[in-house]
Design a protein around this ligand. Sequence first.
Ligand code: SF4
Length: 396
Amino acid sequence: STSQPEFDTVIKRRKTRPVKVANVTIGGGYPVVVQSMINEDTMDIDGSVAAIRRLHEIGCEIVRVTVPSVGHAKAVGEIKQKLRQTYQDVPLVADVHHNGMKIALEVAKYVDKVRINPGLYVFEKPRPDRTEFTQAEIDEIGEKIRETLEPLVVSLRDQGKAMRIGVNHGSLAERMLFTYGDTPEGMVESAIEFLRICESLDFRNLVISMKASRVPVMIAAYRLMAKRMDELGMDYPLHLGVTEAGDGEYGRIKSTAGIATLLADGIGDTIRVSLTEAPEKEIPVCYSILQALGLRKTMVEYVACPSCGRTLFNLEEVLHKVREATKHLTGLDIAVMGCIVNGPGEMADADYGYVGKQPGFISLYRGREEIKKVPESQGVEELINLIKADGRWVDP
Ligand code: SF4
C-alpha cells in the first residue's frame, strides 16, 4: 500500500464549552457566530430597533449596543421589548465601557450578555515614580475588583445569561502594565484574573476577547490566551476581532488577516469584523471569511480561473452573469473556467462547470462529466436548465 502523509483539510476547532446567548450558542462545536454592533444612539429607541432589525435580517446573529449610562440601560429594556412586539427577540449584548456597576446591573435585566472591559476596573493610583506594586497591594486591588464584580456575576449567573470579558490592547490596568507592559501577556493575565473571580462564584457562561488594532498583537494575544486556558483546564470560547480596522478594501483585508489566521488554527467561536462603515457592511465579510475557510456555507461557492491568453470568452463578464443568475442557490459550487486545458480536476470538484470549449462555444459540466456543448450566447440559460433538470434549482 502507498503511505501518504495525512494532511487534514478540515479545520479542527479548539474544544470549548457551549455558552448560551438567548437562542444562540457560542462554542461547544456550534457554527461560528456572526456579530456586529449598531452605531445608533441607544436613547433613540425606534432608530435602534430598526438598526438591530436590519442587521439581524441580513444574518447578524448577536447584536451589540453601547450603554454609557443608567438612562441608556433603561432604554435597552424598551428596545428589547419593542423588538419582541414588532419583530422578534434578537440576542443582545450590552457594552458597558465604564467601571459603572450600576449601569451593568441595570442593563443585565434586559440583555442576554454583558460585555465588560477589565482594563477599566482600576483601583490603583497612577505611579509616576514607578515603584513596584507589592503583593499585598495587588491582593488588595484583587479583592476590590472581586467586590465590585460580584453583584453583576451573581445577577448574570442567576438569570442564565452570559458575560464577555473583553480585554483591549491599549486599555490595560496600571498594575498589568507594570508587570507585563502593554503586551499579549498583560492582556491574558488581565482576562485570567477576571475568569478566576467568575469561577470562584460558580459562573462559567463566559466568552473572552483579546482585541487589538495591530494584527500581529491580536493574533499573539489570542494564541497565548488559548494556550493558557488549555494549560489551566479552562475551555471558554473566544470572540475574535481586530479593532479599528478602518474601511474599504484594506479594512476588510486587515480584519481577515487577523480573524482568519486564528480560525484556521481552530481558535474562535464568534467573530466581528469592525469596519468604519455602516455595520451592515460587516456581515457579508464575516460570512465570506467563514465560507472561505469551510467553516460555514451560506452562499454559492464560485470557482473561477484568473483567465489568461487561452481564455475563450470574457471571463469577468461571464462570471458576473453566472453569479447574478445563481447566487441565491445556497449550497452549490459552480466553476467558471476559461478553458479545460488543465482538466476538469481544476474545477475543484464543483457541482457544475461552465467551461470554454472553442471560440463561440462553451461546455457545461456536472461534476467532472461533460454534459453538453452549447453556443456561448446560450451558456447561462443552459446552465440554469441543467441545474433545473437536476432538481437543484429554486426560484430567486
Ligand atoms: Fe487560462 Fe484555461 Fe487556466 Fe483559465 S483555465 S487560466 S483560460 S489555462
